[in-house]
Design a protein around this ligand. Structure first.
Ligand SMILES: *Cc1c(COP(=O)(O)O)cnc(C)c1O
Length: 455
């Protein structure tokens, strides 16, 4: 499979390039030149597979000669061996809808599903090629923990994680900062998530810097993450066995819901993808009326979605604007100036796949409370946004992605239902361990220096 960039579709690159570089030289995002579309017979065959074999059948389409099928199978089995569910994820029915529990991995959020695999991809690649790399990644809370767990202790690889100082839950922070492995570095940036993401983007586009440290990225723009996430759309669709399911996805950087869009493009007959946001609602405004004006990021009880620059949206724009990479380039400029809106024809196209809804803080708390009272299930604030969106839109036969374990957000849960959700025993240790992180101002030069001095 060949890949191109959303900002330059004349240059073709391999999966290896896409995986290691993350971002193209023009600052664009990589996408396959052409996606495979499964026919009904192929879908039927896929529907009989367990999660790991299904993952193999889907992921091998994208990895090309990066890895042999046998080695890929080994890596998939290894990656998912430390999940608390044999089939990695779990479908839970309530009323006319379904919860797709994605938080049974080591750091209790859906990001483990892709990240565990990616950690092993790196290890495989570096061993084969005797190389060393440095991963630099921004996190709104969950990516960092998932990435650290996937990379810690591995040879020839360091990981630097930038999180917004004091803007993530203490459990989220402790999952990152109590790691003892010497290849893990936590940077608490005095700013918000978008600031962290901008610092990482600036380092990537500074070619001499990024080449000098052999920099690589695992943010949700990494195509390998998207691919790994498409698997659970297929798996849950087959498990439920009904036609025309819609998926409600708590959305921040537009990675997870974009994976659903890729699954749909590959032939999975998903009806609508519901983009559910908190009050940082740029994507809800964009999808409901074309308004793509970025506002100031507000802190909420769903911190992993406190984002106003949804990086992966660029991939969708590429499709909406007829795969015209020059057009995408100019749109990205006007987004930077905050002067972009989606016009009528493109909006119509967008709305044929996506609908959206937003929840404010009270609605989130009320949804957690309602859900607990009705079904005796505790959902985390992010998942509650997916649940609440389905209710507000009055949709049934929807699958809601349960993106994090409620114990990661004890303050919000306590506020909603006056209860504390305990950490699973295997993770309880984080409470008694010393934390290690460096507070740094939102300053590119300081961050670069810290990285250079650490390696
Ligand atoms: C990262 C995250 C999201 C948002 O996912 P995107 O791919 O960034 O849209 C939602 N919920 C939780 C718990 C997360 O960690």
């Amino acid at each position: 499979m060949n890949y191109i960039s959303t900002r330059n579709n004349s240059k073709k690159v391999s999966f290896e390039h896409v995986f290691l570089k993350g971002l193209s030289e023009e600052g664009g995002l990589f996408i396959p030149e052409k996606l495979k579309k499964f026919n009904n017979k192929e879908l039927k065959e896929l529907s009989n597979l367990n999660y790991k074999n299904l993952a193999l059948s889907i992921i091998k389409i994208f990895t090309g000669n990066f890895i042999s099928e046998l080695d890929l199978k080994k890596l998939i089995y290894k990656s998912y061996s430390n999940f608390r569910e044999d089939n990695v994820v779990k479908v839970n029915k309530f009323n006319q809808n379904y919860l797709l529990e994605l938080y049974h991995g080591p750091t209790l959020a859906f990001k483990d599903v892709a990240m565990q695999l990616i950690g092993n991809f790196y290890e495989y690649y570096l061993k084969k090629n005797s190389k060393k790399i440095n991963i630099v990644v921004a996190t709104s809370g969950d990516t960092g923990a998932a990435a650290i767990d996937a990379i810690r202790g591995k040879k020839n690889i360091n990981i630097f994680v930038l999180h917004p100082n004091n803007k993530i839950s203490s459990i989220q922070r402790k999952l990152m900062t109590t790691t003892e492995d010497e290849n893990v570095f936590n940077l608490a940036i005095n700013g918000n998530f978008d600031d962290c993401q901008n610092l990482v983007k600036s380092m990537f586009s500074d070619i001499s810097f990024s080449n000098s440290i052999n920099m690589s990225g695992v943010n949700s723009i990494n195509w390998a993450r998207i691919v790994a996430q498409t698997v659970y759309y297929f798996y849950s669709y087959f498990q439920i066995g009904k036609e025309n399911l819609s998926y409600s996805v708590p959305t921040g950087n537009f990675g997870d819901v974009y994976a659903g869009y890729v699954a749909k493009q590959m032939g999975l007959p998903i009806d609508k993808l519901i983009v559910a946001t908190n009050q940082n609602d740029i994507l809800h405004r964009a999808i409901s009326n074309g308004d793509y004006n970025s506002k100031k990021v507000e802190e909420t009880i769903s911190p992993s979605m406190d984002i106003q620059v949804a990086s992966n949206f660029e991939r969708l724009l590429y499709d909406l604007y007829s795969k015209n990479s020059e057009k995408v380039k100019s749109i990205m400029m006007s987004i930077k100036d905050n002067s972009f809106s989606i016009q009528r024809d493109e909006l119509k196209k967008l709305q044929s796949d996506f609908i959206s809804e937003r929840l404010d803080e009270n609605e989130i708390l009320n949804t957690i409370k309602d859900f607990y009272e009705k079904f005796n299930i505790i959902i985390d604030p992010h998942t509650a946004i997916g649940v609440g969106a389905v209710k507000k839109l009055d949709i049934s036969e929807a699958v809601i992605l349960a993106t994090a374990h409620p114990c990661k957000f004890p303050i919000a849960i306590d506020k909603a239902i006056s209860k504390t959700e305990k950490l699973p025993g295997s993770i309880d240790y984080i409470h008694n361990k010393e934390e290690k992180f460096e507070v740094i101002s939102n300053d590119l030069k300081k961050v670069k220096n810290y990285i250079i001095n650490s390696i």
